[in-house]
Design a protein around this ligand. Structure first.
Ligand SMILES: [Zn+2]
Length: 450
């Protein structure tokens, strides 16, 4: 609409029956005669419309054509269920000399490489134009551990909204949660003059409001890129805004069900399809671990963690180290650091001992080992399984210098996982009830350092 208002002649084609055939013909005629100079088209329409591709081919020989792929991260994110995005690799085949401008607000270096491969482009020929900074100083991040009962979490949501009685967005993982949260808010905020939007975080929303002061994730986001995008909708007026995430590790089930549920229990009939399915599932797991690590870290400033996530550590870009080194001083991790009396403890020996425990018990080749088993053996806990109590590593007196409390050992274990020194996996299995997954994070072993 803005383009029409600015008197730029443009048209849009999409893959549905709503547009009559003669409309398309009229658009093609107007493109050929130079009346329409900008055409919006979906990847699906581009793939299914041979006539349009022929038109492009004919025009490419005598007229300059430029392509713009907006939200280019979808080439990777949608590769499995909207294959038409990958079909955009035909753009270069049809018009080899055409320039392609690709735009996105969310992309890591590795994903960029994958996208170029999917589009059949040479990564070394791609010029990257980067925003001045990815850091959003005005955003204050906080992760709050979810309580056991829904009612408690709904009350926490209300408390947060009332603390900033302006415009808020609440992201939920499912429509069911959206309705539940919205109903609860309606009842409890009936007399308040507060603007709240409740939305699913499945695919993001085209929200561009300047005065959003609070973004709440009622369930953790699908991945860190989504989190950056979704929280980025707060504070667009440059004023301070809060980003609260209600975190529970058990929500992994919900996330995995959304991103991988249907593909988790099926096998693809073709080899290529099966390979793609496996790659897709591994990507899903990796992204879930990233968000878990982000939520569970007690050491790293949230602001820094997010800034670094999108920083491309490559010679293609010169990263200004000053922008990523300083802590924000405002997020929950920074606040905790300021409050807690910092105890400096050399953890080298406990870390080595813990790694040794992992090595020994994963080497036994027995059943699935979980973090609790490792911590129980390390701390010589009475609740350790009888078979582990028989191990020498359990029975041997612990040196004073490696002694830790159960809680400290858990934190050390998580830290070693985050650092990639202990290898783990996610196993989610479909239960008897439709859509319900059970989940386990088995410990696989110690990294060989590669
Ligand atoms: Zn911070």
């Amino acid at each position: 609409m803005e383009m029409i208002a600015a008197r730029i002649l443009c048209a849009g084609l999409y893959a549905s029956d709503d547009q009559p055939l003669n409309f398309q013909e009229q658009v093609f005629t107007e493109i050929s005669s130079g009346i329409i100079c900008i055409l919006f088209i979906t990847p699906e329409k581009f793939e299914r419309n041979a006539q349009f591709r022929t038109l492009l081919k004919n025009m490419a020989t005598f007229q300059g054509i430029h392509f713009i792929i907006d939200e280019v991260h979808c080439v990777k994110n949608y590769a499995y269920f909207r294959e038409s995005w990958c079909y955009l690799s035909q753009l270069k085949t049809i018009c080899p000399t055409a320039l392609i401008l690709m735009m996105t607000a969310t992309l890591t270096y590795n994903n960029a490489r994958d996208i170029m491969t999917n589009l059949g482009l040479d990564f070394s020929c791609v010029k990257i134009i980067h925003g001045a900074t990815l850091k959003r100083d005005e955003l204050i991040y906080e992760i709050i551990k979810k309580k056991e009962y829904r009612e408690e979490n709904l009350k926490e949501t209300i408390t947060q909204i009332k603390s900033i009685p302006e415009c808020s967005i609440i992201y939920c993982a499912t429509q069911k949660d959206c309705y539940e949260v919205a109903d609860f808010l309606r009842i409890n905020l009936r007399d308040e003059n507060i603007k709240v939007m409740v939305a699913t975080n499945a695919f993001g929303l085209g929200i561009n409001m300047p005065d959003v002061c609070l973004v709440i994730h009622y369930t953790m986001p699908l991945n860190l890129s989504n989190y950056i995008q979704e929280t980025g909708r707060a504070g667009r007026d440059g004023l301070s805004a809060k980003c609260i995430l209600l975190y529970a590790r058990k929500d992994v089930r919900v996330l995995y069900n959304i991103v991988a549920g249907e593909r988790e229990s099926l096998t693809d009939i073709t080899t290529k399809g099966e390979e793609m399915r496996q790659v897709y599932l591994m990507e899903c797991q990796k992204k879930i671990w990233e968000i878990i690590f982000f939520c569970e870290t007690k050491y790293e400033c949230r602001q820094n963690a997010l800034t670094q996530y999108h920083n491309w550590k490559t010679p293609l870009l010169e990263i200004q180290s000053s922008t990523i080194e300083s802590s924000c001083g405002k997020c929950d991790v920074c606040q905790l650091r300021a409050k807690e009396k910092l105890i400096v403890k050399d953890m080298k020996m406990p870390a080595l001992k813990l790694l040794n425990v992992v090595e020994v018990i994963t080497g036994l080749g027995s059943n699935i080992i979980i973090a609790k088993d490792v911590v129980d053996i390390f701390c010589k806990s009475k609740s350790a399984l009888p078979k582990y109590k028989e191990l020498e590593i359990y029975r041997k007196e612990q040196d004073a210098e490696v002694k830790l409390t159960n809680d400290e050992a858990k934190r050390l274990f998580n830290d070693l996982v985050i650092r990639g020194m202990i290898l783990t996996d996610i196993i989610l299995q479909r239960g008897k009830t439709a859509g319900v997954f059970s989940w386990t994070f088995p410990v696989l072993g110690v990294s060989d350092g590669t």
